[in-house]
Design a protein around this ligand. Structure first.
Ligand code: AMP
Length: 276
């Protein structure tokens, strides 16, 4: 496995490959990331992983400074999962002085996580568009864990005619159902136990829906009641059209059930799709 430190090195490496699968990450890698790398390695002769904690997707009071940085372990995980190369740009390479250009996906970026994290998706779409242009990948791999991100990036790829295929992979979970996240390492023992509440709440909505309940006026309170027992503060819990992210009265189409909640001071997200 090669470590590529500059954009020029990525371009030179890319030139020698036929097809490339690309897995963009912010590091602090875990089995969720490994599943994307393995999938890319199965689909493509070469897989590039990027590790970059993108400052423009963090708000002023968020965890940019304390976001976990574990590059040595990340490189080992990438290699074990089948990556061919890892790109580790620094901030000055991605955002040199004078940087002024942004990619914005209207409306979809303002809802759910976008309403509590203003500017977050503008940072995500911009850095991913830049990384796509640098990596020139054939396929790029993202997790369903970040459902809104995947939806917005799909829109961006389609709207801007970006010449690659976007593949969304299932959420990898702990044995008790907690979705793996780099931020789970912020949780203390008590918080870790309570963090499972997000999954429990989603599982209850899935259960009710399977049993025939389609009214969101019934599903939504069930979601919130369980969350209230586990989390310290709810950011949002929404049942929305999985394509437009608009609220629904009835689950009569593919529907995203999405949660963001604080356990202690850690903000966790999770989601499920029902009505497919
Ligand atoms: P991040 O490093 O948090 O920016 O995540 C990089 C990629 O890994 C994104 O496409 C995430 O959706 C994906 N990812 C993060 N956690 C998981 C998980 N538990 N299961 C599957 N994919 C994940």
């Amino acid at each position: 496995m090669k470590t590529l430190n500059t954009i020029e090195e990525v371009r030179a490496w890319r030139g020698a490959q036929a097809e490339v699968g690309f897995v963009p990450t912010m590091g602090a890698l875990h089995e969720g990331h490994a599943s994307l790398i393995r999938r890319s390695a199965a689909d493509n002769p070469a897989t590039l992983v990027s590790v970059f904690v993108n400052p423009t997707q963090f708000g002023p009071n968020e965890d940019l400074a304390k976001y976990p940085r574990t590059l040595d372990a990340d490189l080992k995980l990438c290699e074990a999962a089948g990556a061919t190369a890892v790109f580790t740009p620094d901030k000055s390479m991605m955002y040199p002085p004078g940087f002024r250009s942004w990619v914005i996906v209207d409306e979809l970026g303002d809802r759910l996580c976008g309403s509590s994290r203003p500017g977050h998706f503008k940072g995500v779409t911009t850095v991913v568009a830049k990384l796509f242009n640098i990596a020139q990948a054939t396929r790029a791999y993202f997790g369903q864990k970040d459902a809104q991100q995947a939806l917005i990036l799909r829109r961006m790829v389609s709207d801007l005619n970006l010449p690659l295929e976007l593949v969304v992979c299932p959420t990898v979970r702990e044995a008790d159902g907690l979705a793996l996240s780099s931020r789970n390492r912020y949780l203390n023992e008590d918080e870790r136990k309570r963090a499972v509440g997000l999954h429990k709440a989603l599982a209850e909505v899935e259960r009710l829906f399977k049993a025939g309940t389609t009214k969101t006026a019934i599903l939504h309170p069930a979601l919130v009641t369980i969350l209230d027992d586990y989390v310290d503060k709810l950011d949002y819990a929404e049942i929305v059209d999985a394509d437009s992210l608009q609220p629904l009265d009835e689950v009569d189409r593919p529907t995203l059930v999405a949660i963001a909640a604080f356990v202690g001071s850690t903000r966790l997200i999770d989601n499920t799709i029902i009505g497919v």
